[in-house]
Write a protein that binds this ligand. Sequence first.
Ligand SMILES: Nc1ncnc2c1ncn2[C@@H]1O[C@H](COP(=O)(O)OP(=O)(O)OP(=O)(O)O)[C@@H](O)[C@H]1O
Ligand SMILES: [Mg+2]
Length: 269
Amino acid sequence: MIRFESLNKVWPDGTHAIRDVSLEVPRGQFCVILGPSGAGKSTLLRAVNGLMQPSSGRVVIDGTELSVKTQSALRRRVAMVHQHFNLTNRMSVAANVLAGLLPTVSTMRAMSGWFRPEHRQKACELLAQVGLSPAHLKRRAGDLSGGQQQRVGIARAFMLDPEVVLADEPVASLDPKISSDILSLIRDAARERNATVLCSLHQVELAREFGDRIVGMRDGQVVFDGSPEAFTDECVESLYHGAVWDDAQPEEDDADSSVDLSTTNVSLI
Ligand SMILES: Nc1ncnc2c1ncn2[C@@H]1O[C@H](COP(=O)(O)OP(=O)(O)OP(=O)(O)O)[C@@H](O)[C@H]1O
Ligand SMILES: [Mg+2]
């Protein structure tokens, strides 16, 4: 379970990127975060692996508050899949996957390139799981296609069997077919390990297809929190184009409103 408690982030230039966000994401949930550019999606994700220090509030992972003291231990349990893959292009595919072990191995070991046979075996298994053949192992990561690079990124993310996977626009630069394949891989690998996924996306249809839950953010606030079914086209319109979210709420006497906000699992904040 990831719990955000009254989280705020004000950047030094005064930008209020996260405004009093409180959320609970249960273990094993695939939670999609949607919202226009600048809504605070990446900032929120980065609060979970300590890459962003909140101005106030707390992030608690399975009962442990993320702090300077707990950060390095928690980081081993939280993996990230990046929009631009973040592979070391000049290194082999195998070395990039093994880099997923870096939070647990010494710098000396990593520099020497010596990894335990069971770790090498695991890297091979993960590569097979994401659809790459042994022939890819020794290839230079930078020579792979974008979709293949993201498969390597996913294999790397799962090297330490994370409890939480943060995926920040993992398919932003991929075509629709590959995007669906990549999200399936993340979902399936996470399900197998009962890992929680926090995934920011810009594609509403993919959010509806893959999310167990959709969280809509705007101007640093959570303005929608509900099931994919409850995230209607009207909700999409309000999230991306509404003047303010409140405009989407029906008048109390407007029983015929096409937006059914009485649905129990929708909360408008
Ligand atoms: N390091 C930083 N320093 C100052 N401001 C920042 C920093 N990182 C993000 N911001 C600002 O915080 C706000 C939220 O940014 P964030 O990157 O979280 O948005 P986002 O929802 O991920 O957007 P996108 O969909 O474009 O990725 C924006 O106004 C952004 O300019
Ligand atoms: Mg972002």
